[in-house]
Design a protein around this ligand. Structure first.
Ligand code: BT5
Length: 318
């Protein structure tokens, strides 16, 4: 913990803590406590001060810093190592670098802005500053590399459940899109470093449009935000903590029991079954009716000649 974090941890929301007690706990003078309180206020913390009674924490800023999020996290391991950056190229790159340098399982990188946010296949993820969530989690699942792909579905369920907690009704689109009112509110980019038989680490990158009120021309028709869908902004830190809790749950579930429960939960949020879709996989394109997901998360597509084709990876257009 840095010195701000230690001070925040000492402050309480329900009662005053005396300046003397804080000074003693931190091993600094009371004048130094007052200075640190001022510094926190500059960062957006609301701290009441009363003579002889001390200080009380009345509000935390909507920052994604470790000290703000830690107070909201309910997880055992996911997000317990936390790095916040104002601006990075891509949080997935930062998380991968941290993973190579030894980050523990569950380490999370968040940024206020990405200058080169990535989608799949080299596409861009629009990542304006301050309003959304760009989060990448380092996972070290004890799985063979070919068993890793359903982690993307686990992340999709986690995003969907976090959104439900914020009073909206999401729809999942295979394999990695989360929609609100038919438009994309979140995307997931899962990247892995592995040998043939061993996973070094997996980075699950999640972008969620939270308090975005307008999109650039090319995204207007296809993108939305949680704020647009529910008509009011949300706390980014609250959302991040809710997402981490659901992600931890589904990753634990997947590692313990395999993909079946994850796939079943994922299907409950899917709204495209029974519809006619086109699937692009590499150079191939197939049309048919999206029928179901297999137990391992593969899409089952009923082709026009009646055959059912299993598709492990691809792009789906409805
Ligand atoms: C995705 O790719 O949906 C994965 C997006 C993952 C973003 C996160 S943010 C944290 C982490 N760090 C990163 O660098 N990436 C991850 P894909 O299925 O390829 O969809 C990309 C397409 O979505 C683009 O081609 C646009 O059409 C559309 N798009 C781009 N930005 C968007 C946005 N902010 N909201 C909705 N749609 C967007």
């Amino acid at each position: 913990m840095d010195s701000d974090e230690r001070l925040i941890a000492l402050l309480r929301a329900d009662e005053f803590v005396s300046g003397e007690a804080i000074a003693e706990a931190l091993g600094i003078s009371r004048a130094a406590v007052a200075k640190r309180v001022d510094r926190l206020r500059e960062r957006g913390f609301a701290i009441a001060a009363a003579p002889r009674r001390g200080y009380r924490l009345d509000g935390t800023p909507d920052a994604l810093t470790a000290d703000v999020v830690a107070g909201k996290l309910t997880t055992a391991w996911l997000g317990r190592a936390w790095r916040h950056e104002a601006s990075v190229a891509s949080t997935n790159d930062e998380a991968a670098a941290w993973a190579r340098a030894g980050a523990p399982a569950g380490a999370v990188v968040v940024a206020d802005e990405q200058t080169r946010g990535r989608g799949r296949l080299g596409r861009r993820w629009h990542s304006p500053p301050g309003a959304s969530l760009y989060l990448s989690a380092v996972l070290r699942p004890p799985l063979a590399p070919h068993r890793v792909p359903p982690l993307t579905l686990a992340a999709g369920v986690a995003v969907a459940e976090a959104l439900v907690a914020f009073d909206v009704v999401p729809a999942l689109k295979w394999p990695n899109d989360v929609l609100l009112d038919g438009k994309k509110v979140a995307g997931i980019l899962t990247e892995m470093s592995a040998d043939l038989d061993r996973v070094h680490h997996v980075v699950v990158g999640i972008g969620v449009n939270l308090n975005v009120d307008a999109f650039p021309e090319e995204l207007i028709a296809i993108a939305t935000s949680l704020q647009i869908a529910r008509g009011a902004p949300v706390s980014r830190a609250e959302f991040a903590a809710a997402l981490c809790a659901r992600l931890e749950h589904w990753v634990d579930q997947f590692v313990a029991d395999g993909a079946v429960a994850v796939v079943a939960a994922w299907k409950q949020h899917a709204r495209f079954f029974g519809k006619r879709v086109s699937v692009t996989a590499g150079r191939d394109r197939m049309d048919g009716i999206a029928e179901d997901l297999d137990d391992d998360g593969a899409l089952k597509l009923r082709l026009d000649d009646g055959r059912v084709q299993r598709i492990v990876a691809g792009e789906l257009a409805i």
